[in-house]
Design a protein around this ligand. Structure first.
Ligand code: G4P
Length: 191
């Protein structure tokens, strides 16, 4: 997606050989027009699926999931990283390990927001090791939902997430695929 790649080139900061900082448009400040374009692109790429809900994880997944859901005219549900007292047995829960932060989080969704037989589209901002996407897929399966596919805004193709999701049989669409960070610059995979 050219608009996204241009934004990464102009505003992304390569912090080291594995981390890209994009807090001016995706992870802290959010560019709403870019997020609308992202939502339209995901809606187009999964147009052949009948999607009932868009499913993501707080916090940075919410903006791109919301615009996708707006384009598909369906609700968006986001998994919470902190299980509140209210959630207890009324929630589906899974564990997600963050290689970046070196912590394992319990991730939960209230049962009343995902129903057996529904088809969900998983959307997230980054794909690194695939832990978040696989955790969301686990919750969807616990609820008896079908996963139509996984939409990722920025994929770091040199990390294991892409292969793990493809090996698990998911239809994966990533809007910007980064092959490497070289000399402080982003190198994209060919489209
Ligand atoms: P994984 O889900 O693919 O396994 O990724 P990993 O555990 O490595 O990433 C944990 C967190 O770090 C996630 O955000 C993920 O989006 C983010 N992340 C991974 N690689 C990068 C990167 O190169 N740049 C940036 N900016 N973020 C990266 P999170 O902890 O869930 O944070 P948030 O959604 O609350 O912002």
């Amino acid at each position: 997606m050219k608009l996204l790649k241009d934004k990464i080139m102009s505003e992304g900061i390569v912090l080291n050989d594995s981390i890209l900082k994009v807090d001016s448009f995706l992870n802290h400040q959010i560019d709403p027009e870019l997020m609308m374009a992202v939502g339209k692109e995901f809606a187009a790429r999964f147009a052949d699926e009948k999607i009932d809900k868009v499913f993501t994880i707080e916090s940075s997944g919410i903006a791109c999931a919301l615009t996708t859901a707006l384009c598909l005219h369906v609700p968006v549900v986001f998994a919470r990283k902190q299980k509140s007292e209210l959630m207890s047995s009324e929630a589906y829960t899974t564990k997600v390990y963050s290689f970046t932060k070196k912590v394992t989080s319990d991730v939960s969704v209230l049962k009343k927001f995902l129903h057996e037989g529904e088809t969900v589209l998983i959307v997230d901002d980054f794909l690194a090791n695939g832990e978040a996407a696989l955790g969301l897929a686990d919750i969807a399966h616990q609820a008896g939902c079908k996963v139509a596919g996984i939409g990722i805004v920025i994929e770091k193709s040199f990390q294991p997430g892409h292969q793990r999701l493809v090996d698990a049989g998911y239809h994966l669409e990533s809007l910007a695929r980064i092959k490497a960070f070289k000399d402080g610059k982003v190198v994209f995979e060919e489209d």
